[in-house]
Structure formats: structure tokens, C-alpha cells
Write a protein that binds this ligand. Structure first.
Ligand code: NAD
Length: 469
């Protein structure tokens, strides 16, 4: 992987109307490899001019009907070709994913990139299987319900799944005839660029897919506020999502938001301890805890609490933190210095709140100067502590002791978020009760809270999501 990475040409331009473009302003921003702290590329920083050009162009292409006017069967073939091309370029995409955000390269290679191809394939295959509907009519006329493209959709994505989240948004939008303008997170421009390049070879008319790179404040806001954009699909933090919702609603654009979480994992006395520990380690620390569905609070009933904390501490000793391209690495670096600072700040907060540090708590030294943090577990925490309530978005979790299932359920639901939740139990009664009474969009039984199927509706409740799944 190291040799392949050295040979990789790192992408640095926007793609508008099928052409690569640098911003008129000449400004750039640095894409940093979190495993080394080194600059991978200086990427063009788009401004109003480029975003407006991308949107106007997408609008013209949409109005011309060169894509939306194609038959479902034709669109299906183009999307299937795209899925094949993603797999042909699996190594390059996995490398970009890993270099950009520090994910162990084999995770990207085995999971994220095949998942991206899979989602294009799934939407392609849906195109000739989803029929129009005929509604029974009180007037005895023929009432037909037909799906039509929305128009130009703006997609704004976060840094933690550089290929998977863009693919989840791009695939349905393109499949149903929309034109797309995507703005990936500044930290991870590589995969979206490579995807743009692959899309340009799959047979889409020029301008159906456009990529603009740069800051949320400039590029994101221009895209959100453009009257030529019919809908916005956003994944990211709650604060930004709420601003986007206000802007979209004020101009009656469709909006879909997927945001943060503080996902609970309940461990009941009757859980299989080994299984509970394994799924908890996976939930909280893999992907460096940087998954919106990661679990960061373990709610554990009194009878198993001490055994669980002890077994977690033991299991955490064998988690290997390291360079994302090295074999044997379980957990790569934190994505950026800013995120590392935030994780360390919360570790300080946990200690000052009086939680007991069980494992981790500090930096890990590796052979390169990256942002390496030891997976960190607190015990003896309270539900009211900030580490129990606020999204940290790093490999930092805590354990809260409760008396019984009823107390665990109440605590799990006592949060402004509602993305994912899990329970470890051998009791069918509690598992079924939790599935019905958890206030999360996705509920897992004896599984990590993170890890989803791309063809199953994804989304949360309460503060975690807004709009359709
Ligand atoms: P973020 O909100 O900072 O940024 C997300 C995207 O929005 C980026 O592309 C950013 O440039 C852009 N943006 C920032 N300000 C903007 C503005 N004013 N107008 C328009 N766009 C703007 O989030 P992040 O740090 O990239 O990602 C981490 C967050 O994402 C966490 O809260 C995590 O839980 C959440 N997340 C949620 C899901 C989900 O499906 N629910 C999945 C992954 C990540």
C-alpha cells in the first residue's frame, strides 16, 4: 500500500460541466494526511463564481432533459457501468479514503468502496422495478402517481466516510434523473474527486454531475442558498444542519439532514459477556470512534458492571493504534489536529467531572507524526456529565452503572439525539421491548450500534435527523 500511495496522483481540482477547473481566485487549501501530518495536496478553494457556474450548468442540463429524459433502462445501464468502474478502481479509492481521513486501508478496501459500488448497483436495479401507481378514483378517472426527478440537488458531506456518504447521496439522485452539485468536506476532497473522474467515464452527459471543493462557509452556503438548487441533502453536525434547514425552508427547497448522535449501548446482566465486550469495542473505538453511529456511552446493569469494565480494560490492551496503511492496524489516527484537540478536551472534561479513567487517555507514539490517540474508556460516570451527553466524535466512551433494564432504557432515551442504539442481552423479552421503546432511528440487538446495510432506510430521530430517510 505504501508503494501504491507514493505513486498516486492526488486530485486537486473542481469538476464543472465535465471539465476540471481551478478556482478563479487561485486560492487553495491543504489536504493533510492524518497518519503523517504531511500535506497531500493543495486543493483548489472554490468561491461564489465556481459554485454558481456549477449550479447554473446543472440547471441547464436538467432543463434540457439529456439525463432525466433518458429511459429508466438507459439510466440503469450507465449506473451499472459506474458501479463496475468503482470496483475496477477499488484500490485507488481505498487509498484516497485512507490517506485523507486515516481509516485503515483494508476497511476502505473491503467495506467502504464495495459498499459504494453496491449502492449504485442497488439504485440502478431499482429503476426498472419500481412501477408507477394507479390510485382508486372517486370520480372514476384514471389517477396515476408517478415519480419525477426533483431537479438540481446540492449534496454536502462530512469527512468521516469520504466515499460511502457521497455514494449514498449521489446514487439515488442520479438514478432518478436529477443533476448533482456536491461539496465534500474540506478534509477529504480526494475520494469525491476520484468518483467525479469515474462518473465522467461511465456515460453520463457532461454537467449532470459537478464537484465543488472548499469551505462550508463559502461553498456550502452559496450552494444552500442558490435559488437554482431544488433540494439539499446534508450529513454533518447538528449546528450546521440546523442552519441549513432554516435557509432551505425559507426558500421552500427540499431538505434532508443526517446529523450527530450520542448513541447508547445497554449491557444487561444476562448478556454474553465476551460478545458484549467485542461489540462494544467495535462500536466505540473502531474507525477511531469517528462514526455518527458509534456508541460512546455504555449503560450497564449492576450485576455485570464490574465484570464488563474489567473485561473491556483487558480487551482494549490488544487494540493496535497505528498508521492507516500498515497491516495489523485496528485503529488509525484521528482525522485532524482540531478533532484531536476536541477529543483531548473531552478527556480532560471527563477527569474533571470525576469519572474514573479505565484505559487510554493520552497520545500514542507511532513511527510517523500523525494524530494518534489511545482508545479511552471512563467508568463511574454519571448520566448528567458532559461526557455522557455531548457528542465527542472520537475514540472516547464511558460507562454508567444502572440498577435494571427500566433504568437503562430511561437513560438511553434521555438525550437530545436519536440516531442509533444497541442492547446486549440474551432475553427476547428485553430485546423486543427495547426495539419498540428505544427513541433511536436504528436499534441493534447483540450488534455494534455502527454498521448498516445500504439498502435499508438510514436515519435517526429527535435532534439527529430531519426530513426523509
Ligand atoms: P460539519 O457539520 O462541520 O461539516 C459537514 C459538511 O458541511 C462539510 O462539507 C462542511 O464543509 C459543510 N459546512 C460547514 N458549514 C457549513 C455551512 N454554514 N453551510 C453549508 N455547509 C457547511 O461536520 P463534520 O465535522 O464534517 O462531520 C462530523 C459530524 O457529522 C458529526 O456530528 C457526525 O455525527 C455527523 N455525521 C452524521 C452522519 C449521519 O448519517 N447521521 C454520518 C456521518 C457524520
Amino acid at each position: 500500500w505504501q508503494n501504491k500511495a507514493a505513486a498516486l496522483q492526488f486530485p486537486d481540482q473542481a469538476v464543472i460541466d465535465g471539465k476540471r477547473r481551478s478556482a478563479q481566485s487561485g486560492q487553495t487549501f491543504a489536504a493533510i494526511n492524518p497518519a503523517t501530518g504531511q500535506c497531500l495536496a493543495n486543493v483548489t478553494a472554490c468561491g461564489d463564481e465556481e459554485v454558481n457556474a456549477a449550479v447554473s450548468n446543472a440547471r441547464q442540463v436538467f432543463e434540457a432533459g439529456t439525463w432525466s429524459g433518458r429511459s429508466p433502462g438507459e439510466r440503469k445501464q450507465v449506473l451499472l457501468r459506474l458501479a463496475d468502474l468503482i470496483m475496477v478502481n477499488c484500490e485507488e479509492l481505498a487509498l484516497l479514503d485512507s490517506l485523507n481521513m486515516g481509516k485503515p486501508v483494508m476497511d476502505a478496501y473491503n467495506i467502504d468502496v464495495p459498499g459504494a459500488a453496491g449502492v449504485f448497483r442497488w439504485y440502478a436495479e431499482s429503476l426498472d422495478k419500481l412501477y408507477d401507481q394507479i390510485a382508486p378514483s372517486a370520480q372514476n378517472v384514471l389517477a396515476t402517481i408517478t415519480r419525477e426527478a426533483l431537479g438540481v440537488v446540492g449534496l454536502i458531506t462530512p469527512w468521516n466516510f469520504p466515499i460511502a456518504i457521497p455514494a449514498w447521496k449521489i446514487a439515488p439522485a442520479l438514478a432518478y434523473g436529477n443533476c448533482v452539485v456536491i461539496k465534500p468536506a474540506e478534509l477529504v476532497p480526494g475520494c469525491a474527486w476520484a468518483l467525479a473522474e469515474i462518473i465522467s467515464r461511465a456515460g453520463f452527459p457532461a454537467g449532470v454531475f459537478n464537484l465543488v471543493m472548499g469551505s462550508g462557509r463559502v461553498v456550502g452556503e452559496v450552494l444552500v442558498n442558490s435559488p437554482k438548487v431544488d433540494g439539499i441533502s446534508f450529513t454533518g453536525s447538528v449546528g450546521v444542519g440546523r442552519q441549513i434547514a432554516v435557509s432551505c425552508v425559507s426558500r421552500q427547497a427540499k431538505v434532508q439532514l443526517e446529523m450527530g448522535g450520542k448513541n447508547p449501548q445497554i449491557i444487561l446482566d444476562d448478556a454474553d459477556l465476551k460478545q458484549a465486550v467485542e461489540l462494544s469495542v467495535q462500536s466505540a473505538f473502531y474507525s477511531t470512534g469517528q462514526r455518527c453511529t458509534a456508541s460512546s456511552r455504555f449503560i450497564v446493569t449492576a450485576g455485570i458492571h464490574d465484570k464488563f469494565v474489567e473485561a473491556m480494560a483487558e480487551r482494549m490492551k490488544s487494540i493496535k493504534v497505528g498508521h492507516a496503511l500498515h497491516s495489523g492496524t485496528d485503529i488509525g489516527p484521528v482525522v485532524s489536529q482540531a478533532q484531536l484537540d476536541q477529543d483531548l478536551k473531552y478527556i480532560d472534561i471527563g477527569q474533571s467531572e470525576g469519572a474514573r479513567l479505565v484505559s487510554g487517555g493520552g497520545l500514542v507514539t507511532c513511527d510517523t507524526e500523525g494524530y494518534y490517540l489511545a482508545p479511552t474508556l471512563f467508568a463511574d460516570s454519571e448520566a448528567a456529565m458532559r461526557i455522557s451527553r455531548e457528542e465527542i466524535f472520537g475514540p472516547v466512551a464511558n460507562v454508567v452503572r444502572v440498577a435494571d433494564y427500566e433504568a437503562a432504557l430511561a437513560m438511553a432515551n434521555d438525550t437530545e439525539f436519536g440516531l442509533s442504539a444497541g442492547i446486549a442481552t440474551t432475553s427476547l423479552k428485553y430485546a423486543n421491548h427495547f426495539k419498540r421503546h428505544s427513541q433511536a432511528g436504528m436499534v441493534m440487538v447483540n450488534l455494534p450500534t455502527a454498521g448498516v446495510d445500504y439498502h435499508v432506510p438510514f436515519g435517526g430521530r429527535k435532534g439527529s435527523s430531519y426530513g426523509s430517510r
